[in-house]
Design a binder for this molecule. Structure first.
Ligand SMILES: *Cc1c(COP(=O)(O)O)cnc(C)c1O
Length: 581
């Protein structure tokens, strides 16, 4: 049978061909961690989940890019606690062959004088309109590599500085070499999600064959995520000398002259054509910290259909058709009947409470105001701010007026974070009969979903201005859940008092990374607002409460989503057009 093709069909089939050809993908997105779903445990927290959400939105919108990361066969870790409420780390058991496809391609890189073979696995994200977006996971666990080299990609944030340097060399240099082996010959933009992949600039220089930093700069885009000076990866040349092959060593010494070592952030800042922070405030703080004026901001978001509950999704589909492809339409959320919002919300709350019965053996009350707090247990996040004044806390929340759900992992080497977790778990036991507090073990994407769909209010209490953006509160907004948070990161942009939630503490005026303000005011304000605004509204003004939920969707979910983020990157950082625009 002869098929006749119309002009438009021809256009479409040509488009499909091009879309599947790596030679037509102009953007490569590099991230040390990528969190796509629970069963691929190659992420530790916000950075990885954001990367996953961005790649998913890019697929939904048909943005021609590919992701590059490492395959961690031992994942991050599974969290358990001993009898002393001290965090224990258990290895994650997962089987990459169940989730990813191993490709035949191999490339070689040299580390410490040994030639190491790097292989690659692929996960293909299929966007909502069928557009495929590949994410490549590099791996060294192959014959004939040395046993020690085979473990180089086993642990995420696991080993010492040398291990870390090897991983970043594999990600940057190996990642680019692998993309070429896979047929990516026309990349105009290498997007560094945080500085970890910055060594790809060395490989770009090597490919070029002569030293021209300006030519490198034209191809790189850098997103910084860390407003804390000590949070940036740093490697001394003494170590780099031992790890890198001679050509890469010459290049990096030339690129970073008169330095005792390499700060990956500094490398990103110097060799990128566009630099951004992940919220307006974060960009201000970064400009101050780096003594620059050119750090722009693209405020983070979350992937709509990953984080919305099934009930809310049905509601939005019914009342706001097309919102999945264009979440900006959620601005129409005020037209959704309040009773439907509430019913969908309570269903998610019941799902969370059912899970808590299973995991903790505790029965929480679906009609009691429930506050959630879940994040990395870093000390600056102050998970224990709630307990700053125990008497006040009991007076405000006692008598089972409020119940709390906590979750979060501390980094394996962070004893401060582990002490925080221990404190929360001990308080939970202490207040058992007055204020129900539960701690759900092993915070991950699945627990994050349950929590950000099922609590009534999301609490966030970081020390300012250390929260670059934060994204868990945006997941809540996607489900019409209000934030109650320190004015930092994204919340400065998303906050309208008594409309989308409540602030904690004074309005920020400081723009310096090391600025100080009177942090004791935060706890006072937290108790005051809980007592005088949040509890009364929840129990006595249901109408206003649900109206706030609708405003949260209309004002925050419509904006703090990765579809908007990806469009901003495409316009400001990549300068490309794509199918979804
Ligand atoms: C969304 C998410 C985070 C990031 O949340 P923050 O608001 O930045 O603390 C961390 N971990 C997991 C598992 C998540 O899903």
């Amino acid at each position: 049978m002869i098929q006749r093709l119309h002009r438009s069909d021809l256009g479409n089939s040509l488009r499909t061909l091009m879309e599947n050809d790596p030679a037509f993908r102009p953007v490569a997105y590099f991230s040390m961690e990528v969190g796509l779903k629970e069963s691929i445990p190659t992420y530790s927290g916000g950075l990885g989940v954001l990367a996953g959400d961005i790649l998913k939105s890019a697929a939904d919108l048909g943005v021609p890019m590919a992701g590059v990361t490492l395959l961690y066969r031992k994942g991050y870790f599974v969290q358990e606690f001993n009898n002393d409420d001290w965090q224990q780390q258990k290895p994650v058991v997962w089987d990459p062959t169940k989730e990813l496809t191993l490709l035949p391609n191999r490339i070689k890189i040299t580390i410490e004088g040994r030639e190491i073979q790097v292989g690659v696995w692929v996960y293909e994200i299929i966007g909502s309109t069928g557009y495929p977006l590949p994410v490549y996971f590099l791996d060294t666990d192959f014959e004939p590599n040395d046993p020690a080299d085979r473990q180089l990609c086993w642990y995420l944030y696991g080993g010492d500085n040398r291990y870390r340097l090897c991983q970043e060399f594999i990600l940057g240099v190996g990642g680019l070499r692998m993309l070429r082996a896979l047929g990516y010959m026309n990349i105009d933009t290498f997007h560094l999600n945080e500085g970890h992949a910055g060594f790809l600039t060395l490989e770009l220089m090597r490919e070029q064959g002569y030293y021209d930093p300006e030519r490198i700069r034209e191809q790189v885009v850098f997103t910084t995520h860390t407003p804390v000076p000590a949070g940036h990866d740093y490697f001394e040349f003494g170590l780099i000398d031992k790890v890198f092959p001679p050509d890469a060593l010459d290049t990096i010494r030339r690129m970073m002259p008169n330095m005792p070592g390499v700060s990956m952030t500094e490398l990103g800042l110097r060799y990128s054509r566009y630099i951004n922070g992940v919220a307006k405030k974060h960009a201000e703080v970064s400009n101050d910290m780096f003594k620059m004026e050119t750090v722009d901001w693209i405020t983070n978001g979350v992937h709509p259909t990953t984080w919305v509950s099934s009930g809310m999704r049905k509601l939005y589909n019914k009342h706001i058709p097309g919102w999945e492809q264009d979440p900006g339409r959620l601005v129409q959320a005020l037209t959704i009947p309040k009773s439907e919002i509430w019913a969908a919300h309570q269903a998610s709350k019941l799902r969370l409470l059912a899970r808590i019965v299973e995991t903790n053996g505790v029965q929480l009350d679906p009609d009691v105001l429930t506050l959630g707090f879940a994040r990395r247990a870093a000390t600056y996040k102050r998970a224990d701010l709630l307990f700053a004044d125990i008497e006040r806390f009991k007076k405000v929340a006692g008598g089972k007026k409020v119940q709390f759900v906590f979750a979060g992992k501390a980094h394996p080497h962070d004893d401060g974070g582990k002490t925080l977790l221990q404190k929360i778990r001990r308080k939970a036991k202490e207040f058992e009969n007055e204020i129900p507090i539960v701690f759900i073990d092993n915070y991950n994407m699945e627990i994050a979903s349950l929590l950000t769909q099922g609590v009534d209010v999301w609490l966030n209490t970081p020390m300012r201005p250390r929260e670059a953006s934060g994204t868990s509160g945006m997941k809540c907004a996607m489900n019409g859940i209000m934030n109650f948070s320190i004015l930092d990161g994204w919340w400065i942009e998303g906050w309208i008092e008594d409309v989308t939630g409540w602030s904690i503490g004074p309005e920020p005026t400081e723009t310096k990374a090391d600025a100080h303000y009177d942090e004791s005011l935060d706890a006072v304000d937290l108790y005051d607002k809980l007592e005088n605004k949040i509890i009364p509204t929840y129990y006595k003004n249901h109408d206003k409460w649900v109206d706030m939920m609708r405003h949260t969707i209309a004002l925050d979910a419509s904006f703090f989503n990765t579809h908007r983020v990806v469009k901003e990157y495409a316009a400001k950082a990549y300068s490309i057009d794509f199918r979804g625009m």
